[in-house]
Design a protein around this ligand. Sequence first.
Ligand code: GLU
Length: 305
Amino acid sequence: MNYQKVLEEIQEEIQPYLKKGKVADYIPALANVKKNDFAMSIIDLDLNEYHVGSSQKEFSIQSISKVFTFTLALQNYSKELYKRVGHEPSGNAFNSLIQLEYENGIPRNPFINAGAVVTTDSLLSIYKETTFDYILQFIRSISDNKKITFDKDVYTSELKHGYRNLALVNMMKSFNNIENLTSSVIETYFKQCSIKMSTAELSKAMLFLANHGVNPINDEVLINEQKAKRINSLMLTCGHYDASGDFAYRVGLPGKSGVGGGIVAVVPKKLAICVYAPRLNKQGNSLAGTKALELFTSKTGLSIF
Ligand code: GLU
């Protein structure tokens, strides 16, 4: 299939959607972006790459980082992790407090904020003060780029305005579902969210999930097949907060969004994709990015259904 041609068609058809939606500004530093920007990258299991738009420009990966930290947690834990974080869609906003209280501080899944915070806490219990470096090294290794780092302005901005995430971590601490200092947990979580990557780098970093957990760049087994399946299933059912059903209905691929405007998705056994368009829909997912992925699966027939 001529993926380059498909991407170029999408880039043309997506233009009217790039002006719709709103850039996230509840983390003020996130609003400092070119609002109508667009980029899309594909990499297949033979490592052929296809790109359109500003595909080498780095942006804030935000909640896409949750896929990487959950992978690291599953490298270390099995069933015991699911006692602390569930695997059901939440049907609620990404940073909702309500459900967390009546479900006794056990987040519904690892891809809402509370669940990702528990995941990061589980890593802190093992890697202590080296946790963020460990996360960063993992991301550098799977994207084959040693230069990837985090954006200090975004990090500081998140710390300064992160009252709701602090509320989530404190609530979970009150239910004994946080093992480490709340300050260390929230700082590590905000740092992982502030990592900046391009669509080219993110698509490469996701490739192991299209390949049963094996990194096709160096044949390293990053996670066993069973666990890779679970990560993909969770992306399909929970990767887009309370719009996860809508994303699955329209796109038909496991995917994960971030409020920075990125979305990653995988076509199992074939390829990984990343799209970037910073204006978001009401549920906090890239509006044009979702449409672009919908166009991709409609044009290529490459959905999982
Ligand atoms: N750092 C963001 C927050 O915790 C991540 C949210 C997202 O990307 O959906 O609010």
